[in-house]
Design a binder for this molecule. Sequence first.
Ligand code: BGC
Length: 368
Amino acid sequence: MRRIITRGIAAVGAVALLALGTACSNDREGSTSSGGDAKGFDKDALIGVALPAKTSENWVLAGDLFTNGLKQAGFKADVQYAGASTAVADQQAQISSMVTKGAKVIVIGATDASQLSTQVAQARQAGATVIAYDRLITNTPDVDYYVAFDNFKVGQLQGQALLDGMKAKKPKGPWTVELFSGSPDDNNSKVFFDGAMSVLKPLIDKGDIVVGSGQKDIKQTAIQGWKAENAQQRMDSLLTSTYHGAKKLDGVLSPNDTLARAIITSVKGAGKPVPVVTGQDSEVESVKSIMAGEQYSTINKDTRKLVAETVNMVKSLQKGAKPQINDTKSYNNGTKVVPAYLLPPVIVTKQNAAEAYASDPKLSALTK
Ligand code: BGC
C-alpha cells in the first residue's frame, strides 16, 4: 500500500487516493482500447515522441535511439524535445501537433507531470495510445501505459550506496549528510527521494545519520528544473551556513549525476574534502569521476533497453495486441493505476563499473 502511494502523486490524502485509484482503474477496465491496441494500425504509421528538455544525457541518447529504432521498425517517427526555458508550453504544443498529424502512438517523457491532461485527452479522443516514458503523467485517465526503470528501487539503491560509501570511510556513525532531490514538477523526484528515505530515515530517526542543515523535507531539498547551477547554489549556501570551520560533511544524497557533479564542484570550491556523493544516469563525466575516486556511485539505467522496450510496445500495438506489462499496482497517477513495464536499475561504484558497463562500449572503455 505504501509503495502505491509513494510512487503516485503526493498531494492527495492516502485513503482518497487509493479509493479514487481503484474506482478509476475499474471504471476503465477494457477502455484502454480507446487507444490503438484493439484494432492495430498501419505498419508505417506515424509515432510521436515528445521528450523534455535535455536536462541529462539519458534524454539526449533517447532522442536518437527513438528516431532510429522506430524507423528500423518501419514507422515514421516525429521526435521532439521541449526547449529549456519554455518547456511546458513547447511540449503541450508538440503533442497537439502530433495528434493533428495523426500519430497512432504518442510516447511522452513529461516535462511537468501534471500539465498534460488536455493534450493526452486530445490524443486519446483521436484514437492514439499514450505511453508515459520514464516519467509518469499524473491526474489524468488518458495514459495507457508506463515504461520506466523502477524508480523507487533507484532511490533505495542511492540511499544504500550513500550509507555503504560512508561506512567504508568511517565504519561507525554518526555520519553527517545533506539531502538533495530532483525537480518538483517531475513525478520521479518524489519517488527517488522516498526510495532513498526508506533506507535513510530509520538511521536518521536513531541519530546514526544527522542531516547537518536540518533540511529533510523534500520541499527544502528540491532542485528546480534539475539544473546544475541550482544544485551548486544550494550546496554553496549549505557550506556557508552549516560547514564553516572544521565541521565535516560525510555524504550527500544526490538524485542524479548532473547534480552530483555540481555538488562536488561546490565542495571543492570551498576547499573541503569531497564527501560520498551518489548519482544516477551513468553520464560519461560521472563515470570518469567515479573511476578517479571522486563521485561515489551512479545508477545504470540503460537507455538503449528502455527505448527498445518502448518500441516493442509500439510494435505490439501496431498488430492490435496487448503490449507486455509486468506491474499493475505501483504507479497510481492520482486518477488510475497505470499498467507499467518496469526495468531493474543497477547500482554502480568503482568496484563493479567494469562489469556493469561490459555491454556498453562507450562506458566500458572508461573503466579500463
Ligand atoms: C530521470 C533521470 C534524470 C532526470 C533529469 C528523471 O526523470 O528519470 O534519469 O536524471 O529526470 O533529467
